[in-house]
Design a protein around this ligand. Structure first.
Ligand code: DX5
Ligand code: ZN
Length: 219
């Protein structure tokens, strides 16, 4: 069963609460929270996303899907575990050592949260294979991290297909999430390649009907 995680990065701030309700009515499965620190990527969304996450934790029972695009992974894991999100993903490019990576995965899991590793388009799956037995999900970035509304990079779907092959061959039971440039057409290709969690921001938020957009991605 495919899941849809709506990225609220490009939301109109004034309409935030109404949009959260409307997305829930439209049956998004999760809210995808893009945390950018102004260092790992240019933009800084830390304040805004904290604000949205707190609001969401009060008004919805749906899971939060926290995507850390930050250099100081440990600091943000500590900050977000209190909100009890469903997933916390951090970038392998940001963690300096294998020990740190494993510690971060453990901290997330010790708090009852599903742990995920995110990989940018230029990073190969070879670099994350050793962590696959310990995580619940791999987030494959299908655009360069940093902003919403970009076009999916087709080669990233080959990476999804290779990853899917590897996890099936080794009998791992983990989710593959794709993030960036997902629309009706690219969602189809991403699912064919093996993704089962689809992040979409602009495709859903710019649609005339959230419900139809979410349905299109799920079917
Ligand atoms: C990009 C973010 C994505 C992005 C998705 O750095 O991680 O979550 O906002 O937005 P769309 O669906 O518009 O590409
Ligand atoms: Zn994201």
């Amino acid at each position: 069963m495919n899941k849809v995680s709506t990225s609220i990065l490009t939301l109109e701030k004034e309409d935030a609460v109404k949009t959260f309700y409307d997305l829930e009515v439209a049956h998004t499965d999760m809210f995808h929270i893009d945390i950018m620190d102004g260092k790992f990527v240019e933009k800084d969304t830390t304040e805004l996303m904290k604000d949205y996450s707190l609001t969401l934790s009060h008004i919805t029972n749906l899971g939060l899907d926290v995507h850390l695009m930050v250099e100081n992974v440990e600091e943000f894991i500590d900050e977000y575990v209190d909100l009890e999100p469903e997933y916390i993903s951090f970038h392998i490019e940001a963690t300096k050592t294998k020990e740190r990576t494993l510690e971060n995965i453990q901290t997330i899991k010790d708090n009852g949260i599903k742990a995920a590793i995110a990989i940018s388009p230029d990073t190969s799956i070879e670099e994350i294979k050793e962590y696959i037995p310990y995580v619940h999900m791999i987030l494959v970035m299908t655009v360069i991290p940093g902003k919403g509304g970009q076009k999916l990079i087709p080669e990233t779907l080959e990476k999804v297909a290779n990853l899917k092959k590897y996890i099936t061959e080794n009998n791992y039971d983990i989710d593959i999430e794709v993030d960036g440039g997902i629309n009706g057409e690219t969602a189809e290709k991403a699912k064919e390649a093996g993704a089962n969690v689809l992040v979409a921001g602009s495709f859903i938020l710019n649609a005339t009907s959230f419900k139809e957009a979410v349905e299109t991605l799920k079917k």
